[in-house]
Design a protein around this ligand. Structure first.
Ligand SMILES: C[S@@+](CC[C@H](N)C(=O)[O-])C[C@H]1O[C@@H](n2cnc3c(N)ncnc32)[C@H](O)[C@@H]1O
Length: 326
């Protein structure tokens, strides 16, 4: 696979695998639930030349500004909406699409969001402890509100459940002690506090990694968004249509796996044998295209180290998958 970068240097993750997995058709209608810098959108538009269409959603207004040049390039084939994917069916309705041929979700934050100090997502830069993907359009509470207002037990539970931080109580205690002296308002303040409190999760990882992940997930209600977004996309798929989801940590991947496996159970038909023999063969409503998640190639990880934790799962509406990818 060749490197796919856009005009601002963003690397889309596992683009070739997503396109191969969705098997897009010309004239098809595709949803990019996480437009970002449009890496997957552009690949889908190219793969569905000349008349496939993509509806791109992002809750961050900056992403849509960046996407302007793609709208110009692809004319009426790309439709962008500033919209959270939990309510994707509303965007589809607004656009007049009852059904879609496929969808991609590339979860988490973009490189642009991570690298913008003023967005407060990264412990590598100093900025306000904000982390709201939608920049406050609907999300009210910032990461600073959480660290300054939640009680010790609530903070510990948050870091444990959404950050899988084994020393969650210790981190919570340190935050309560620090904030009794001054309000915690910046990423640097929190990162330095955690550096002095926690060991790195693994060699090479910053001690604040898991606490920052937990705060970001809580601020943006990421697991709820994922559950509702997948439900909406699965409902709107045409027969044979597929959904590809790229996740970046175990909580996300588990949620995707759970949502997919719950749908692939073949419907159970019970009743008297005499009647059951007359029923047509039962076909599951959905089928896994990937039994195990796909991961990026070593070459992609070398070019884009941020892709290293990516896991791609794909599901299809309908019972027969011509050939499984994993
Ligand atoms: C990893 S980036 C996507 C990158 C994109 N696939 C590309 O190739 O350029 C994730 C994007 O999804 C957006 N996002 C995350 N959660 C969202 C949600 N619940 N609703 C809408 N957009 C969301 C983020 O704002 C971010 O721009």
């Amino acid at each position: 696979m060749t490197a796919v970068t856009d005009e601002v240097g963003h690397y889309g993750v596992m683009i070739a695998e997503v396109v191969a997995g969705l098997a897009p058709v010309t004239g098809g209608r595709y949803l990019d639930a996480t437009f970002g810098s449009g890496g997957h959108t552009r690949a889908l538009l190219e793969a569905t030349n000349p008349d496939g269409q993509v509806l791109g959603l992002d809750r961050d207004p900056d992403a849509l500004v960046r996407g302007g040049f793609l709208s110009d390039r692809y004319g009426g084939r790309l439709h962008l909406y500033e919209h959270p994917f939990a309510r994707l069916t509303l965007a589809l309705d607004r656009h007049g699409w009852n059904e879609i041929n496929g969808a991609v979700f590339d979860l988490g934050v973009s490189s642009q969001q991570l690298d913008s100090a003023h967005r407060g997502f990264s412990f590598r830069f100093d900025g306000p402890l904000d982390m709201r993907m939608d920049q406050g359009k609907e999300t009210v509470a910032t990461a600073a509100d959480l660290v300054n207002q939640l009680g010790e037990w609530e903070l510990a539970r948050l870091f444990f459940e959404l950050g899988e931080e084994p020393r969650a109580k210790k981190a919570a205690r340190a935050i309560i002690a620090a904030r009794s002296k001054e309000r915690l308002t910046s990423t640097r303040q929190l990162a330095e506090l955690l550096e002095g409190t926690l060991p790195p999760p693994r060699p090479g990882l910053h001690p604040a990694t898991r606490v920052f992940q937990a705060l970001r997930m809580m601020v943006n209600q990421e697991l709820q968004q994922l559950e509702e977004g997948l439900r909406g996309a699965l409902e709107r798929l045409v027969e044979g249509g597929r959904i590809a989801v790229i996740s970046f940590h175990s909580l996300e991947d588990r949620a995707v796996k759970r949502a997919f496996t719950a749908r692939v159970m073949a419907p159970k038909v019970t009743g008297p044998m005499r009647l059951m023999r007359q029923l047509p063969e039962t076909v599951p409503m959905y089928t896994l295209v990937t039994r195990k998640p796909l991961t990026p190639s070593p070459d992609e990880i070398r070019r884009n180290p941020r892709s290293r934790s990516a896991k791609l799962r794909i599901i299809q509406r309908g019972g027969r998958v011509p050939s499984r990818m994993a």
